[in-house]
Design a protein around this ligand. Structure first.
Ligand SMILES: O=C(CO)[C@@H](O)[C@H](O)COP(=O)(O)O
Ligand SMILES: [Fe+2]
Length: 216
């Protein structure tokens, strides 16, 4: 399967989202990645559901919503109402992760689970057959434009082995510090979906950068 690219809107121009969304629609991006932050789980606040709803009305690509918030299970119906395809919650915020995954699926979305750089992939062993995707954070969540943490490559390889052993078809997504160089290494390691914020929106031609990431 060809890998997917999910540009992160966090690095877009918030004063002219319509222009960036037109670019996303024209581009080879597979999904659009939306980072919700609450200033509690992570030391930053980004945007919330009304913005995602407005984005969904202009964006023709499936929305991949990454929730960096405490108690994400309280917002399943709000995420669903935005039209999102994927609802991604952090392992670190869900003591009853299995229940949250079921609730996301029952709401009609694809459930995904994210782990922070300090969380080992082994904690996901018992839910690999229940999720659509696992997201390995390759920076500490909260900000765009950070440096890729090299250890993430080993984590992708470990997770790939665990997924194969479990007979699961879960996708492996990686988010943080993805650029042309780290993307190649991640694809070799077994990643299926690459999120890229700064590399895309900071490029002279974001559309061309998405093409380059997609054709690696
Ligand atoms: O979830 C996050 C940050 O917490 C990301 O989705 C960032 O938006 C990625 O930005 P880059 O590292 O690609 O600039
Ligand atoms: Fe993200």
């Amino acid at each position: 399967m060809k890998h997917k690219i999910s540009p992160s809107l966090l690095s877009a121009n918030f004063a002219n989202l319509a222009k960036d969304l037109e670019m996303i629609n024209r581009s080879e991006a597979d999904w659009l990645h939306l980072d919700i932050m609450d200033g509690v789980f992570v030391p930053n606040i980004s945007f919330g559901f009304p913005v995602i709803k407005a984005v969904s009305e202009l964006c023709q690509k499936p929305l991949d919503v990454h929730l960096m918030i405490v108690n994400p299970e309280k917002f399943i119906s709000e995420v669903k109402a935005t039209g999102a395809k994927i609802m991604n919650v952090h392992y670190e915020t869900c003591p009853h992760l299995h229940r949250v995954i079921q609730q996301i699926r029952e709401a009609g979305m694809e459930p995904a689970v994210t782990i922070n750089p300090a969380t080992p992939v082994s904690v996901l062993k018992d839910i690999l057959n229940d999720v659509y995707m696992v997201l390995i954070m390759s920076v500490n969540p909260g900000f765009g434009g950070q440096k890729f943490i090299e250890r993430s490559l080993e984590k992708v390889k470990e997770l790939k082995m665990m997924i194969n052993e479990a007979g699961s078809d879960a996708l492996i997504q990686v988010d943080g510090g993805v650029n042309l160089e780290t993307a190649s290494l991640l694809l070799e390691a077994g990643a299926d979906v690459l999120v890229a914020g700064n590399a895309v929106f900071g490029a002279p031609s974001p559309e061309e950068m998405i093409h380059k990431l997609k054709t690696l």
